[in-house]
Design a protein around this ligand. Structure first.
Ligand code: NAD
Length: 355
């Protein structure tokens, strides 16, 4: 990593960490008239707390949340924004709830306050995604970057262990790619290594305790914050593109796809990474062969480790690679069809090539 010649863009958001930090929302809303709160019924207590504190007439709850932000849902929520004359957006939920807030901000230009309940990291990015009948479109716009982000451990504490494990692996994937992305920089690089080590510690706790302790949760939340930052600051490579092709084309669960791909994509990249990057990954994951460390981490948490397990069909490997190769992008190792097929076959079977 060259510390003396680089480009870095800082993205402006204010983050609040810690127990009871949800209460910051009460203060943040003082300059707005009425909030559209995107929150599924699971979060009803937080919606009620807002209504009790600020008055029911200042909080409108939109409680429909669908993965990948379908355009019909956006239209419905936009209609409510206009009818209820709201002037700020609050998203309490995972990447899907935050994604809907982003889609609404694209049109309304309203400020977003994000209260993440998973480790997906969307709250720290200026990236939006919308699904139409023709497929998913993504883009970047500063208006969708949440202005305020609340990392209250209570929001993620109730996650089932399986979701915590796959969601943390989703964050891990962003951090790995932020380290070796072609346009990385020393700030994102070092933050991402820190995030990898925090996530590793949190995941090891999950594996040992079979539950999500407060300490593990806080480590994972911190790691996911850095992962979101990395995703925003650095261009993603093969892992990210492949995860989106698999999730989008075959309707596989987003976090599970990230979890499975992790070890196999790092193995694909391994010999193309610089010795410095290899060594930093070895140190952060405390293992001489990081792809094996990632696979073991997932296994220890009883998270999925093969594409077969999560419903992908072996016969779709060829089609997947063709889609991946249809749009060229930067990647540490050249993208060669036969090598990519071998990697996906390994991922399908759940066994590293160098195992
Ligand atoms: P999600 O928001 O769809 O949540 C996954 C499931 O977990 C849902 O059923 C949800 O109801 C449930 N859930 C959420 N929080 C919970 C909690 N605390 N306890 C129990 N259940 C809970 O999934 P996600 O993985 O958070 O986000 C995935 C989506 O976000 C994808 O569409 C992805 O493309 C998008 N994403 C976007 C960005 C970005 O920068 N734009 C970044 C990451 C992810």
């Amino acid at each position: 990593m060259n510390h003396f010649s680089f480009q870095y863009t800082a993205y402006p958001s204010t983050v609040f960490f810690g127990k009871n930090s949800f209460e910051e929302v009460f203060k943040l809303l003082s300059t707005y008239q009425k909030a559209l709160v995107i929150a599924a019924n699971r979060q009803v207590n937080y919606v009620k707390a807002l209504q009790d504190k600020l008055g029911a007439d200042r909080i409108y709850n939109f409680n429909e949340v669908v993965q990948h932000v379908p355009v019909d849902l956006i239209k419905k929520a936009r209609q409510k924004q206009l009818e209820e004359q709201t002037d700020v957006l609050i998203a309490i939920g995972g990447g899907s709830a935050i994604g809907l807030a982003k889609a609404l901000a694209l049109e309304s230009r309203h400020t977003i306050i994000a209260v993440p309940t998973t480790y997906a990291g969307s709250e720290m990015t200026n990236i939006w995604g919308i699904t139409t009948p023709e497929g998913k479109t993504t883009g970047r716009d500063m208006v969708v970057l949440p202005k305020y982000v609340i990392y209250d451990p209570a929001m993620t504490a109730g996650m089932p262990v399986k979701l915590a494990a796959t969601s943390a692996m989703n964050a891990m994937a962003h951090l790995m790619e932020a380290v070796y992305g072609h346009d990385t920089n020393p700030i994102s690089y070092n933050n991402s290594l820190d995030g990898i080590s925090k996530l590793k510690q949190g995941m090891q706790m999950i594996a040992a305790q079979h539950t999500l302790s407060l300490e593990a949760n806080q480590l994972l939340q911190y790691g996911s914050f850095l992962a979101g930052k990395g995703l925003c600051e650095v261009s993603m490579s093969l892992h990210h593109k492949l995860a989106h092709v698999l999730g989008g084309t075959f309707n596989l669960d987003h976090a599970s796809v990230h979890t499975v791909l992790q070890a196999y994509v790092l193995e694909y990249q391994w010999n193309a990474l610089t010795a410095d990057v290899q060594n930093d990954f070895k140190k952060s994951l405390d293992n001489p062969y990081p792809p094996a460390a990632l696979l073991q981490l997932a296994k220890n948490m009883q998270a999925p480790t093969s594409l077969q397990e999560i419903g992908f069909k072996e016969g779709d490997i060829d089609k997947t690679i063709d889609i991946v190769l249809s749009k060229p992008y930067a990647n540490p190792r050249p993208l060669v069809k036969e090598n990519l097929i071998s990697m996906l076959q390994a991922a399908y079977q759940g066994k590293l090539l160098q195992a």
